[in-house]
Design a protein around this ligand. Structure first.
Ligand code: NAD
Length: 390
């Protein structure tokens, strides 16, 4: 169980680029980071609107002289201080991730970056090499994958409780973009423009979360082929998609199906996963994240609850609230931030043995997501053809 006790030698001096007052995801980062005495928010270039960003930063408790107008000024200002930031989170639109991450790493600052990480695997590989050369960590914030019930599914698969995995059925959908974009906020405008979003809309925006969660639960399976059918139901979003179906063939013969959509009108179900093996299945949804449905063929259905002693040790080890209380997205983010902090701390101590077995969403997780997107686009552009996964 995690109880907030510090697990690293010193709290990390933390900064943010983006995630300002009007940003959607910024508060999730702060919810995750400011939980376990692992990070102290000391600097930021929070907003494209510099005055609003400064005012916002001051309200967050950051001193005025460390509320910067741009990320370049943040790097310059923090480098000139003895107590400059150790790590900076990048919570800005997709097209800025690569340049900001690169500049931070070049300035010897660890990075925690939003997904989809970059526009291409070539960029990911270049940044991975830079981070390695500089001995720095790049973390990626796949929000729900720190939840104890996600780790419970992974542990059950690893212990063979489902048998051989045969079918993977996944969905991440909502209806918030069912209407057109005439009065859409900036956060929708940049997401539906290839110059600012990259080669995908919903596949990158929500599909990458699903793909990474499936990698956590099924680390032993690799996608061999996939077929992606994508469509923009609102024509102005083309060539980007507001809906996609992806079929996947895994190397053990399993079959996967993923549906991502932002035009599932009225739907508030968000994410749902069902992993089906030769003996049993598990099902989890972020609508009821505390619960896992475990169905063994020929036996009554079981609903497992987070924090209960019948769960696997990997799940109990990262539980925060205890079984009687809700464990949700904020707790999951706190785990992800904690794991990344532990990786940064180990890197600073030169503890490569710890890093070898320590699990956190890092540059490989970000790269895998981008690679999956490239394969989806290649398939979709070939008319929803089956393609070998490269
Ligand atoms: P948003 O448009 O709502 O907010 C972006 C914020 O960044 C704003 O505060 C804006 O002023 C600021 N900003 C933009 N460019 C900047 C720059 N160059 N320097 C400083 N600040 C800048 O976007 P959002 O929905 O918060 O998404 C941001 C990123 O987070 C995207 O990559 C998105 O895919 C990702 N995201 C991830 C999750 C998750 O669960 N991990 C959830 C939502 C969004």
């Amino acid at each position: 169980m995690i109880n907030g006790e510090r697990t690293i030698s010193q709290p990390l001096r933390w900064g943010m680029v983006g995630g300002g007052r009007t940003g959607q995801v910024g508060y999730k980062h702060r919810t995750g980071a400011l939980r376990d005495s692992t990070y102290r928010l000391v600097a930021g270039a929070f907003d494209l609107n510099a005055a609003r960003g400064r005012d916002f930063g001051i309200n967050l408790g950051v001193s005025e002289d460390r509320c910067y107008a741009t990320y370049q000024e943040l790097i310059c200002g923090e480098r000139s201080r003895e107590d400059g930031v150790d790590v900076v989170s990048v919570a800005t639109p997709n097209f800025t991730h690569y340049e900001i991450t690169k500049a931070l790493l070049e300035a010897n600052i660890h990075v925690i970056c939003e997904k989809p990480l970059f526009f291409s695997t070539a960029e990911c590989e270049e940044i991975a090499a830079l981070a390695e050369r500089k001995e720095l960590i790049v973390g990626v914030t796949y929000g729900f994958t720190g939840h104890p019930m996600v780790r419970q599914m992974a542990a059950m698969v690893a212990r063979g409780m489902l048998g051989e995995i045969r079918l993977v059925d996944m969905q991440y959908t909502h209806g918030f973009n069912a209407g057109d974009d005439a009065d859409a906020p900036d956060a929708v405008k940049w997401r539906t423009n290839p110059k600012t979003a990259g080669a995908t809309f919903v596949l990158g925006d929500i599909g990458t979360h699903v793909y990474y969660l499936s990698e956590i639960v099924l680390p032993h399976l690799k996608v061999e082929k996939l077929l992606c059918d994508r469509k923009a139901f609102i024509p102005s979003r083309a060539p980007l998609e507001d809906h996609a179906t992806v079929l996947m063939h895994y190397d053990n013969g399993a079959r996967g199906r993923l549906w991502v959509s932002s035009v599932n009108a009225g739907n508030m179900g968000s994410q749902r996963y069902r992993f089906i093996g030769s003996k049993a299945s598990v099902e989890w949804s972020d609508s009821h994240p505390d619960q896992l449905i475990y169905e063994v063929q020929g036996e009554p259905v079981r609903i497992m609850h987070h924090g209960m002693l019948y769960l696997e040790e990997e799940s109990l080890a990262i539980d925060r609230m205890g079984a009687l209380h809700t464990e949700g997205l904020g707790d999951s983010w706190a785990n992800i931030y904690l794991w990344i902090a532990q990786a940064i701390d180990a890197k600073a101590r030169g503890d490569e043995a710890f890093l070898k077995t320590h699990h956190y969403p890092g540059i490989k997780a970000g790269t895998d997501g981008v690679r999956w997107l490239e394969n989806c686009v290649r398939s979709a552009d070939a008319g929803a053809a089956w393609v070998d996964f490269k």
